[in-house]
Design a protein. Structure first.
Length: 222
């Protein structure tokens, strides 16, 4: 599951690595409700994630980045393994996020700038930067307000892997590190220098390969 303002395209590199390893991948785009993006809430996205996972054959893993990571935690009971890439944190770790005021529609597409995308993806080639710049989308402020105000999520019963960037201006690495330590979860610390870097930068394929290796061990152990 992709992060806020993104789409299933964020997983293009990971999809290639996973499918090369014989793992089928579904990377849907989260959709606004019929009343529009401003009327879309966290539960609307969550139901879409539940529906997508329910038709996935087992053994199955749910993999989520940022907001998608927080959504993934809520369906972990229906998965055999969970991979969280720089996830937005649940209660109580959400209190360490930098407080932000979200408008009803966050204009990440309408106000996208190529130089801003370059700053957000400092270790990515120009082609990927241009693709991302053209594909950012506006996001529901209600969903982000809900996430930042704190969402309770139980520790998953299945194996969990946290994939963390070396530097992250959106979710400081210390936050998910604390969650992982409290849950005795596995951690893959990467050298990616940005929030979305593990999915899109020059290290992404190698990170995805390590995630595949972990998934194979986790599912076999389970």
């Amino acid at each position: 599951m992709h992060g806020a303002g993104g789409g299933g395209w964020e997983w293009n590199v990971w999809r290639g690595v996973f499918e090369s390893a014989g793992i089928a991948v579904a990377a849907p785009d989260l959709q606004p409700v019929a009343a529009g993006l401003a009327a879309t809430g966290f539960e609307d996205y969550l139901q879409q994630v539940r529906d997508a996972l329910s038709v996935t054959p087992r053994p199955r893993a749910v993999v989520g980045a940022s907001l998608g990571g927080l959504l993934a935690l809520h369906v972990a009971d229906a998965a055999d393994a969970v991979v969280l890439v720089n996830p937005l944190p649940p209660v109580p770790w959400h209190s360490d996020l930098i407080s932000r005021a979200w408008p009803d529609i966050v204009p990440w597409h309408r106000q996208a700038r190529l130089d801003g995308t370059r700053r957000a993806l400092p270790d990515t080639d120009e082609a990927t930067t241009l693709f991302a710049f053209r594909h950012w989308r506006d996001e529901s402020g209600a969903v982000l307000r809900h996430a930042y105000e704190g969402v309770t999520a139980a520790r998953p019963a299945c194996p969990v892997l946290f994939v963390l960037s070396h530097a992250d201006d959106d979710v400081m690495p210390a936050i998910p590190s604390a969650t992982a330590a409290a849950w005795d979860a596995c951690v893959l610390q990467t050298v990616s220098p940005s929030h979305v870097g593990p999915l899109l930068d020059r290290h992404a394929a190698g990170i995805a390969s390590q995630a595949v290796e972990w998934l194979n061990r986790a599912v076999q152990a389970g």
